[in-house]
Design a protein around this ligand. Sequence first.
Ligand code: DGP
Length: 111
Amino acid sequence: MSCLFCRIVKREVPANVVAENEHALAFRDINPAAPTHVLVIPKVHVTDVSEASDTSLLGQVFALARQVAKSEGLEQDGYRLVVNNGKNAGQSVFHLHMHVLGGRAMAWPPG
Ligand code: DGP
């Protein structure tokens, strides 16, 4: 198993896990781009959005992202959910993941 995030799911690679549900895992990004920066991933290997045929799995990822935003105290001031999908978007780990970013104001549009 060479996928980094699959190895985090299996606890073969250490990560700062903040939450999980039956189908998704949330852990802090190793290179935070905001005061709060958590990644939410499906526990099964899905490369990207195009490969995610199970829409209920996407719902589990969204639900856990919302739970993390609440537990991290981001609800009142807001937060950003980002999915970099594919090369042009800058996806660097090819296991679908949602970034939960918060704790400061963020510019739009992104660069
Ligand atoms: P993306 O560019 O959307 O593919 O984001 C991948 C993110 O994954 C990036 O923000 C850094 C993070 N990351 C890469 N390797 C590791 C790791 O080993 N542990 C953790 N916690 N995060 C990682």
